[in-house]
Design a protein around this ligand. Structure first.
Ligand code: IPD
Ligand code: CA
Ligand code: CA
Length: 262
């Protein structure tokens, strides 16, 4: 049975509130007003609405906490000890196209370490929850990463490159190298759910370059608490909000790292 701390309860409450309007918006996806934020990256009014509700709810309980968000940037910048890391809709492209594979992702960071997180797909009603030292859960069931032993049998997931990426060739050649050495590779369009799916053993591993911290903050603790290993490689311009990640079960982690660095 999952025991929730006040912090987790707070995140869940915010998620449930925001998801009500998100579900409505998904139903009306064709009427949504879409504005471009840059090549390959769209922001919808639903994104902004969802984020506003999440921020309001979280701020009610802790007005002093820092917040790193995709749409509103940084709030209470000086508080770096306690921060929420929010992606209101991870999987915007799926959302916009009526594909029910997207999630609200919220991580809580204490003194630089993510200590709890929630990833919630409001359409499938799957909620992934974890807190440091307490395990990871999908709804009320404990989850664990897969036990796949050999990378050649592994089903992996990845994402990118974005339309504007300047390292497409590198990303594609990595893809070829990895796909030649594993059973198969999927690309589902939500980094948060990719991490959550590795955490519950649906995928054996995940890798991706050019991520933002909010894409994966909640996923970090969910995956760790599910027994997974995470590695950040090739630091991006000393920018702590940009990440390249490998996340997998413990058995195939080193082999996957080797494939990336080849
Ligand atoms: C995107 C998704 C996608 C990943 C992109 C992210 P967004 O987030 O996580 O899977 O490949 O790099 O930007 O824009 O849908 O919040
Ligand atoms: Ca995202
Ligand atoms: Ca987003």
């Amino acid at each position: 049975m999952r025991l929730n701390s006040p912090q987790i309860n707070l995140i869940i409450k915010a998620c449930m509130k925001a998801s009500r309007s998100l579900i409505r918006d998904f139903g009306e996806v064709e009427n949504l007003q879409v504005s471009t934020k840059g090549p390959g990256d769209f922001v919808t009014s639903a994104d902004k609405r969802t984020e506003k509700i999440l921020i309001e709810e979280l701020k009610k309980a802790h007005p002093e906490y820092g917040i790193i968000t995709e749409e509103s940037g940084m709030i209470n910048k000086s508080n770096t000890d306690n921060r929420w890391v929010i992606d209101p809709i991870d999987g915007t492209m799926n959302f916009l196209n009526g594909i029910p594979h997207f999630a609200i992702s919220i991580g809580y960071e204490e003194k630089g370490e993510i200590t709890c997180g929630v990833i919630f797909n409001p359409i499938t009603n799957e909620m992934f929850v974890a807190e440091k030292g307490s395990g990871a859960y999908l709804n009320n069931s404990r989850i664990r990463v897969s036990n796949k032993k050999k990378i050649k049998d592994a089903l992996l997931v990845t994402g990118g490159p974005k339309g504007a990426s300047k390292i497409k060739d590198k990303i594609f050649s990595e893809y070829i190298n990895i796909s030649n050495n594993v059973s198969n590779v999927r690309k589902f369009g939500s980094a948060a759910l990719d991490m959550a799916y590795v955490a519950c053993g649906r995928f054996d591993g995940y890798w991706q370059r050019e991520l933002n911290y909010w894409d994966i903050a909640a996923g970090i603790i969910i995956l760790k608490e599910a027994g997974g290993f995470i590695n950040f490689f090739d630091e991006v311009n000393n920018n702590p909000l940009k990440k390249n990640i490998i996340a997998s079960n413990s058995n195939i982690h080193n082999e996957l790292l080797d494939l990336i660095s080849k």
